[in-house]
Design a protein around this ligand. Structure first.
Ligand SMILES: NC(=O)c1ccc[n+]([C@@H]2O[C@H](COP(=O)([O-])OP(=O)(O)OC[C@H]3O[C@@H](n4cnc5c(N)ncnc54)[C@H](OP(=O)(O)O)[C@@H]3O)[C@@H](O)[C@H]2O)c1
Length: 514
């Protein structure tokens, strides 16, 4: 059969053409984008630019498959054009050619939705039903597959952050594999029973968007929090995204579908077209995710499962936990025995750090590799921390923190600057080996990365309880958490030491914090 596939350059179009070619059909694809032309025999079709298909270009076609559609209106291509005008154009062409099959792909459950997407889809369905062509309407639910928007956006967002806001109103989506849509189109072309019929195409699973996020997060082994946020907020995000982005992660029409759900009754398609829908299984999700390029930047502390395994696979001596507890107890007791801050820090850290290296089997050489990106990360981080600390001190003025800061400065400047310049790097490296690398790793092996960072920061703060005023304990909590998180993310001692050392140096020798 020679078949015209309109919308052949799209997601469904590419899958459908591959399937029809494999079945031995001859294909003419109609598309606007020359660069996306999937096969040699492509003809130009741009409904909006008033570029109809010349019947002479598609002579001999005995079937038309209409996959033209848009998810959001753009200047020059609104819903009425892409859905209604395209369908009208193709119906007229079908009549001219005298086609034996006209397969139109609409969308499931347009009966009550009032978005421009749905009303124009409904109008197109009516136009086709009213035609004298041997038509079949296929109404898929949300479709996933290679090169789709749905799974690509889900996977990219899950890889980018552990937070995925979902709308408060959520309907079930009967997620459908693109291969099932191709099967349906292929079946319709040779089954007479399909003429004049309208089929819902649904997958076996009915998941709302939050369940979908969890299914994807589970398949990718990337735990994700999907809190429900007010619908109006996501509506605003979709509106702004459409206004400023070329490919917004969520269009308003798609938000309506997530809220209403996309489910229907696939029984007739199963019975008459012989469809057996493929599941939205973890294996299929993981396989499709492999084809999706990683995001440019991930805010996750464990950006992928391999990163997590790097921590869980670390070999740790059974003496490591007692060692960590002993370090904290020593830090708590020593201020009562030894007065000078510097001598205390040196005494503890120079014993604790070599023991950490002995007890925890890490690639210590790689952690200490001097990489320019890690140095830059540390330096930029130190500058941000210092600016943040100045702002925090300014905000803390009403709580009389100046006197507490003076005590900290007094302890830190108790030795001549020249000595401090030699001792500071030694203390910082030893402290970061002890707390940021060793203790953080012990925690990250057992908990998630955020909990490990917080607990490591808390351990650092507890160890400082007897070392100085409350402001010192608070600083240990906040900075300890940040530096631990930085280590988990970068697995670089250099980044952490640079940020820590840079910050301490700015505090000691830069303009005083308060
Ligand atoms: N994907 C889903 O989950 C899903 C679910 C239910 C229903 N559907 C429906 O299935 C159809 C195909 O969806 P899809 O996901 O494959 O969409 P897609 O990837 O965006 O592809 C849409 C196709 O329509 C063409 N097109 C758009 N505006 C046009 C215009 N003014 N003139 C001529 N061609 C135009 C595009 O051509 P260019 O390449 O030249 O832009 C492209 O080939 C749509 O009707 C859609 O509503 C899709």
């Amino acid at each position: 059969m020679k078949i015209l596939v309109a919308g052949g350059s799209g997601f469904l179009g590419r899958a459908c053409i591959a399937r029809l070619l494999a079945d031995g059909h001859e294909i003419v694809a109609a598309s606007r984008r020359a660069s996306a032309r999937p096969i040699a025999g492509t003809v130009a079709l741009d409904i909006d630019a008033g570029q109809p298909i010349d019947p002479a270009d598609v002579g001999g076609c005995t079937a038309i498959v209409n996959l033209v559609g848009i998810a959001r209106a753009r200047p020059g291509n609104d819903f009425a054009h892409a859905h209604v005008a395209a369908a009208r154009e193709l119906v007229a062409l079908g009549q001219t050619l005298g086609v034996k099959r006209f397969v139109h792909v609409g969308v499931i459950d347009t009966s009550t939705a009032h978005s421009p997407y749905h009303t124009t889809k409904r109008a197109a369905d009516e136009l086709i039903r009213a035609s004298a062509l041997p038509w079949t309407i296929l109404r898929p639910s949300a479709v996933f597959g290679p090169g789709d928007q749905l799974l690509t956006n889900l996977v990219t967002q899950v890889r980018t952050a552990a937070l995925f806001p979902v709308p408060r109103t959520r309907g079930p989506l009967a997620l459908l594999d693109v291969d099932d849509v191709s099967d349906a189109i292929a079946a319709v072309l040779h089954r007479d029973v399909a003429i004049g019929r309208c089929y819902d195409l649904v997958g076996p699973a009915r998941l709302d968007v939050r369940e979908m996020v969890h299914a994807v997060a589970g398949a990718l082994e990337l735990p994700t929090w999907a809190p429900a946020v007010p619908d109006v907020l996501l509506g605003a995000v979709a509106w702004v995204g459409e206004a400023i982005l070329e490919r917004p992660p969520l269009a308003r029409s798609q938000l309506v579908m997530l809220q209403r759900g996309l489910a229907g009754d696939g029984a007739q398609a199963t019975a008459e077209l012989g469809l057996a829908s493929r599941p939205f299984s973890p294996t299929r999700i993981a396989a499709l995710a492999q084809q999706i390029p990683p995001p440019r930047m991930s805010l996750r502390l464990f950006p992928n499962p391999a990163h997590r395994r790097w921590f869980t696979d670390v070999r740790v001596s059974s003496a490591a936990v007692p060692w960590a507890l002993a370090v904290m107890v020593a830090m708590l007791l020593l201020p009562a025995l030894v007065e000078g801050l510097w001598i205390r820090m040196l005494a503890i850290e120079l014993v604790a750090a070599p023991l950490a290296v002995a007890l925890i089997s890490m690639p210590w050489g790689r952690l200490a590799q001097l990489r320019p990106t890690m140095l830059a990360t540390g330096l930029v981080g130190a500058a941000f921390l210092y600016i943040g600390a100045r702002a925090a001190v300014a905000a803390g003025q009403p709580f009389a923190i100046t006197a507490q800061l003076a005590l900290v400065y007094e302890a830190m400047t108790a030795i001549p600057s020249a000595y401090a310049m030699i001792l500071l790097p030694i203390v910082v490296v030893a402290e970061d080996i002890t707390f940021r690398v060793a203790i953080t790793t012990l925690l990250a092996r057992r908990t998630g990365p955020v909990a490990a960072s917080l607990m490591s920061g808390a351990a650092f703060a507890i160890a400082h309880l007897t070392a100085g005023p409350p402001i010192l304990v608070l600083a240990a909590l906040v900075l300890g958490t940040i530096w631990s998180a930085l280590f988990i993310r970068t697995r670089s001692l250099v980044a952490v030491v640079t940020m820590h050392l840079g910050f301490d140096a700015l505090v000691l020798w830069g303009p005083r914090l308060g």
